[in-house]
Design a protein around this ligand. Sequence first.
Ligand SMILES: [Zn+2]
Ligand SMILES: [Zn+2]
Length: 141
Amino acid sequence: MQEKDIYRNILQQKGLKVTEVRMNALKILDDAEIPMTVEEVFNGLRSMLSTVNLSTVYRTMEAFLKKGLIEKTTLLDDNKFRYEYKRVEHKHHLVCIGCNRMVAIEDCPIDDNYAKAMCSRQGFELTGHRLEIYGLCPDCK
Ligand SMILES: [Zn+2]
Ligand SMILES: [Zn+2]
């Protein structure tokens, strides 16, 4: 299966219209090591599709968000919304409070049984979790 077909299938499964912008935006988000701003996705798209405009990218991100393909996240000291592709295997990040640099960490320190227990205690159903670790990177410390 070609890479493009993977994203085409994802869009179709979610009932979204398949467009070049949407397929490529999904790929950019999927390839990203760290959550991206709309502007960053737009810049990535522009190198492939010169006719794309920013408002299309905003609408695309809203559509992805509604369908649960991506997650919206914000960072400390950064007013910009960032978007992260929802993978089966999720990532956690170290975040520098000096320059907002993010580094992906390989492991998930959240124990599933613990998360489930915390949820059931409050009558919640577990759907996922988020974790960021803050610190100062080598350049900022
Ligand atoms: Zn830093
Ligand atoms: Zn985790």
